[in-house]
Design a protein around this ligand. Structure first.
Ligand code: NAD
Ligand code: UDP
Length: 314
């Protein structure tokens, strides 16, 4: 059945892939974005589709539209962007959640929140299970993002308990792929762009910190499956790839796959940078029958191909 679906942050990296996927399933898609980190180029190829509509709007302001489902992705996701205007970042998560939950309540829509592994902070439980409450600094430079997302989760569960809203809270772990912003400072895009340009690969700290990288197609599959679950499923549910790598290991793999002449440069580790991160995905396996299919080398290949087309190479 064709549904009317709102995607906030739809012109961003994940949002654009989600819009594409929902259109391919014959739904009507309303993409809302203020273009803070997103870009019209990400969705240019969708503009001719009569089932696709684009609206410039900031989710910190109320929105009055009629939809059946809401995917709430609007929020800058990379540390340099969310730290650029930290007050706006918290507003986007908190006021954005209030506005989108209010909309869901008014029209009776199902609503999914793009939450994050950052709610676990610098975790002392490894791998991270959904029942772990996290280790988050409330006053640090990452707090605008971490605490904003934690408060958004609180709001989702209070709207669920108080107003019986149909909610889905998804905790996304580091995801990469084509249409990441080349300058957004996230590790996969940074390393690929630096390697393609034979510039130094910037490792923060000694590179022993770990992350687990999920390819965008796997992530979107998990997101759509979660939205498709019955009302009894609220989450939170981890979606990510449990294969864990050190940042130094990632740097070496990117240099080798791009045949780059780049040297590795070690820079200061930013404060509160989590030392380790890996999702426990048992719940995702049980509840939505999901696990990632695309290995890091395969996903990196696609991502390197994308960046080789859009960045100047030395
Ligand atoms: P992105 O920066 O590419 O996309 C975010 C989009 O939201 C952009 O298009 C931006 O312009 C838009 N936006 C920002 N503030 C807005 C506002 N006030 N009103 C309307 N639009 C606004 O990042 P992404 O990687 O695509 O992330 C999408 C969502 O997924 C974010 O909520 C992020 O926190 C979450 N997430 C992503 C990852 C990841 O690894 N990519 C991990 C965890 C969580
Ligand atoms: N990182 C790095 N060099 C870079 C960008 C990031 O060493 O050029 C490190 C960063 O310090 C962190 C990891 O890579 O330990 C992942 O960073 P990213 O910003 O991609 O995501 P997050 O820290 O939010 O997981």
């Amino acid at each position: 059945m064709t549904k009317k679906i709102l995607v906030t942050g739809g012109a961003g990296f994940l949002g654009s892939h989600l819009c594409e996927r929902l259109l391919a399933e014959n739904h009507e898609v309303l993409c809302v974005d203020n273009y803070f980190t997103g870009n019209k180029n990400n969705i240019l190829h969708l503009l001719d589709n009569p089932r696709f509509e684009l609206m410039r709007h900031d989710v910190t302001f109320p929105l009055y539209v009629e939809v059946d489902e809401i995917y709430n992705l609007a929020c800058p996701a990379s540390p340099i962007h969310y730290q650029h205007d930290p007050v706006q970042t918290t507003k986007t998560s908190v006021h954005g959640a209030i506005n989108m939950l209010g909309l869901a309540k008014r029209v009776g829509a199902k609503i999914l929140q793009a939450s994050t592994s950052e709610v676990y902070g610098d975790p002392s439980v490894h791998p991270q299970v959904e029942s772990y409450w996290g280790n988050v600094n409330p006053i640090g430079i990452r707090s605008c993002y971490d605490e904003g997302k934690r408060c958004a989760e609180t709001l989702f569960f209070d709207y669920f308990r108080q107003h019986q809203l149909k909610i889905k809270v998804m905790r996304i772990f580091n995801t990469y792929g084509p249409r990441m912003h080349p300058d957004d400072g996230r590790v996969v895009s940074n390393f690929i762009v630096q390697a393609l340009q034979n510039k130094p690969i910037t490792i923060y700290g000694d590179g022993s910190q770990t992350r687990s990288f999920c390819y965008v197609d796997d992530l979107i599959e998990g997101m759509v499956r979660l939205m498709g679950t019955g009302d009894e499923v609220t989450g939170p549910i981890n979606i990510g790839n449990p294969n864990e790598f050190t940042i130094k290991g990632l740097a070496e793999q990117v240099v080798s796959m791009t045949n780059s002449k780049s040297e590795i440069e070690f820079l200061e580790l930013p404060s509160d940078d989590p030392k380790q991160r890996k999702p426990d995905i048992q719940l995702a396996k049980e509840i939505i029958g999901w696990e990632p299919q695309i290995e890091l080398s395969k996903g990196l290949e696609q991502t390197i191909r994308y960046f080789s087309k859009i960045v100047d190479q030395a």
